[in-house]
Design a protein around this ligand. Structure first.
Ligand code: THU
Length: 133
């Protein structure tokens, strides 16, 4: 997927920094903004397992922490070396539905398989801030 090769490559590099003493499953992510800035993330686990932060949440929080918002984000890649694609967990889908636009490309890769999806496809009928109005 030539169009997304740069963020896929950067996400794989980020995955090398994953802190995964419990699962030994490295995940990397990379957000690219419309003004061509890159923000990476890797999964960081904890002995209290539920406190683990996933790679994609770390990457998108980095982008937001640097002042970028959903309309500024071009795409996000999420990568792993498993047999199957690492698709975002339920918690990450809820975070992504608020912090990405519905059709922002979410690029998944494990080198063997590559797929482009979006949060509307991953989390239909979601609960969002509009529901609180
Ligand atoms: N994980 C991610 O970082 N992103 C995903 O999309 C799937 C799961 C992490 C969480 C945990 O550190 C490890 O993968 C195994 O669940």
């Amino acid at each position: 997927m030539k169009e997304y090769q740069e963020i896929i490559d950067r996400a794989f590099i980020a995955s090398e920094n994953a802190y995964v003493p419990y699962s030994n499953y490295q995940v990397g992510a990379c957000v690219v903004t419309k003004d061509n800035k890159y923000f990476i993330g890797a999964n960081v686990e904890n002995a209290s397992y539920g406190l683990t932060n996933c790679a994609e949440r770390n990457a998108i929080f980095q982008a937001y922490s640097n002042g970028y918002r959903q309309d500024d984000i071009e795409a996000i890649a999420i990568v792993s070396k498993g047999k199957t694609l690492a698709t975002p967990c339920g918690a990450c889908r809820q975070v992504l539905v608020e912090l990405l636009n519905q059709h922002t490309p979410i690029v998944l890769s494990n080198k063997a398989i590559e797929k482009v999806t979006n949060i509307e496809e991953l989390l239909p009928m979601s609960f969002t801030k509009e529901d609180l109005e």
